[in-house]
Ligand binder design. Structure first.
Ligand SMILES: Nc1ncnc2c1ncn2[C@@H]1O[C@H](COP(=O)(O)OP(=O)(O)OP(=O)(O)O)[C@@H](O)[C@H]1O
Length: 520
């Protein structure tokens, strides 16, 4: 008699409701030992809900989870679930006031290892991954990338039989992504089951043997990746919804002779996200200027300085001729700077307020009647065109933003920025966590604002596909302007080479401007 062993993780008939939202409907899924399963779907499809259920944090309304054929432990007994499944969550679960080693072994201290061994094993894992993070460092001092590494190290240290990676590459650089993939392959070769959630379909094709697609809470496709093309995958994700995967190229010429809406002169700043040294640039009315570079190059710092979110030490930032004082978010906003921050949870929205209220937060005075009263209907009407343009999914305009999926929260942040007719939009990695089909909509709405209102857009992103609709792209290397690409379409490979500080023919700025840049 032939006996086949049960899958390592088997999910059967899982249902989950949140009020009127059916987040998961009768989902069946198997995660096999020694295979990597990709889980994809549009924003709000139910991926994170499934991750929470698989991590023992959320009870399903119906259905079962089995490990190796046996019923999973009761929900809430997180330590017992972790013996089976270790999860790297989309949002940092790292405790800032603990050290790296304490975070890696969080929940296991005393039970599994002593302090000395904990530090030694943390060092070992970091060395194996090629990361230079001190085991004794406090996590509050780490960058976004380093925090994510701590989370991955935690999953690896536990030696769980199944590892869930929920958008693990969102804050990682190319080299770090490559290292992560190597490690995932090694885990899989060693018999570990991996569930890999990503909005980057190319990643799914690269490292997953199988792929499953969730749409509106239902599993609509499950197949080996080798049997599928990208189009089939996107078609399964979007169903019958019309979709533009790429924003249309920009046609309108920008008047670069016009007085710039944004002028940055000889800017010097220091922040945990990279320093800036003597950075100068301008953005003309209606122009979309991209800024890119490696994580430590200062791209996010530049955006944050212009938005007044962090101070600068030298130089000048001016919007429509008016100087924006260092580190004054309020004054930057008053001067007309709209800001799509990198960390939407911390700065992007107010979680307990509704979608329409968040979107119209900066324009309440304009919407109120002559007695200063603002009717909810007016809010909803003002928010609706923006949320529709971004294909935002919410149960109602009043649904608290904290209840939305990650990608939809990001769309609220963008809609809110665009609502108050900014003169300059600073957007930092605006498409992070946004599904493939919504990316084009989001980028197009930024470009539309530039085209129709004459606003300037400063698009700070390490996501090269975000840069397609830029009129120019400025590359920063170690806090300095290294080069500028002025002729779209931009060549992806040339951009990559430039971010590394290489590629002589891409160089168009004066030699003088780049003195001191080590071209490695
Ligand atoms: N705590 C909650 N209360 C109410 N609704 C919720 C809650 N958590 C999730 N939802 C809803 O359940 C649905 C599925 O959300 P989920 O976060 O699982 O989607 P997702 O596929 O992970 O999306 P994304 O790609 O944007 O992260 C969404 O409509 C979301 O608004």
């Amino acid at each position: 008699m032939v006996t086949t062993s049960p899958p390592l993780v088997q999910v059967s008939g899982i249902d989950k409701r949140f009020g009127s939202t059916r987040a998961l409907r009768g989902v069946d899924l198997s995660i096999e030992a020694g295979r990597c399963l990709g889980l994809v779907g549009r924003n709000g499809a139910g991926k994170s809900t499934l991750v929470s259920i698989l991590s023992g944090l959320l009870a399903p309304d119906g259905g079962t989870v089995r490990f190796d054929g046996e019923p999973a432990p009761p929900v809430g007994e997180v330590a017992r679930w972790r013996d089976w499944i270790s999860t790297v969550f989309q949002h940092s679960m790292v405790v800032p006031d603990l050290t790296v080693a304490e975070n890696v072994f969080l929940g296991d201290v005393g039970r599994v290892v002593g302090w000395r061994e904990m530090r030694a094993r943390t060092r070992e894992i970091m060395a194996e991954w090629g990361y230079e993070i001190e085991a004794e460092a406090f996590c509050r001092d780490l960058s976004v990338e380093e925090l994510q590494i701590v989370e991955i190290a935690r999953a690896l240290a536990r030696g769980a039989r199944c590892v869930l990676l929920d958008e693990p590459t969102a804050a990682l650089e190319r080299d770090a992504v490559r290292r992560l993939f190597e490690r995932v392959r090694r885990l899989v070769d060693g018999g570990v089951a991996v569930l890999y959630i990503s909005h980057h379909l190319e990643e799914v094709f690269e490292i997953c043997q199988d792929v499953a697609v969730l749409r509106d809470g239902q599993l609509v496709l499950s197949a080996p990746t080798a049997d599928l093309g990208r189009e089939q995958l996107v078609a399964a994700m979007v169903g019958t919804a019309p979709v533009a995967e790429r924003p249309a190229a920009r046609e309108q010429a920008v008047d670069t002779e016009a007085e710039p809406v944004l002028r940055v002169e000889e800017l010097t700043a220091a922040s945990a996200r990279g320093r800036l040294s003597g950075v100068s640039l301008t953005v003309a009315p209606g122009e979309v200027v991209g800024v890119t570079g490696l994580l430590s190059a200062g791209v996010a710092t530049l955006g944050r300085v212009v938005a007044g979110a962090v101070p600068y030490q030298g130089g000048r930032v001016s919007v429509r001729g008016q100087t924006v004082r260092s580190g004054r978010r309020d004054l930057a906003q008053r001067a007309g700077v709209g800001y799509v921050p990198e960390d939407r949870l911390a700065e992007g929205f107010v979680a307990h307020l509704g979608v329409a209220e968040n979107v119209t937060m900066t324009i309440t005075e304009r919407l109120a009647d002559r007695f200063g009263v603002l009717r909810p209907g007016r809010r909803t009407a003002a928010a609706e065109p923006l949320t529709r343009a971004l294909s935002l999914v919410a149960a109602s305009p009043g649904q608290p933003v904290g209840e939305l999926s990650g990608g939809n929260q990001q769309k609220v942040t963008v809609a809110r920025t665009l609502a108050h007719d900014p003169g300059v939009v600073v957007a930092i990695t605006p498409t992070r966590g946004v599904d493939v089909a919504s990316k084009a909509l989001l980028l197009s709405s930024l470009a539309d604002v530039a085209r129709t209102t004459g606003a300037g857009v400063l698009l700070c992103s390490d996501e090269l596909s975000d840069l397609v609709l830029c009129d120019r792209v400025i590359v920063l290397v170690r806090g300095e302007v290294f080069t500028e690409f002025t002729e779209p379409p931009f060549d992806r490979d040339e951009l990559i080479v430039a971010t590394e500080g290489l590629g002589a023919n891409a160089r168009v700025v004066d030699q003088q401007d780049t003195d001191g840049v080590d071209p490695r």
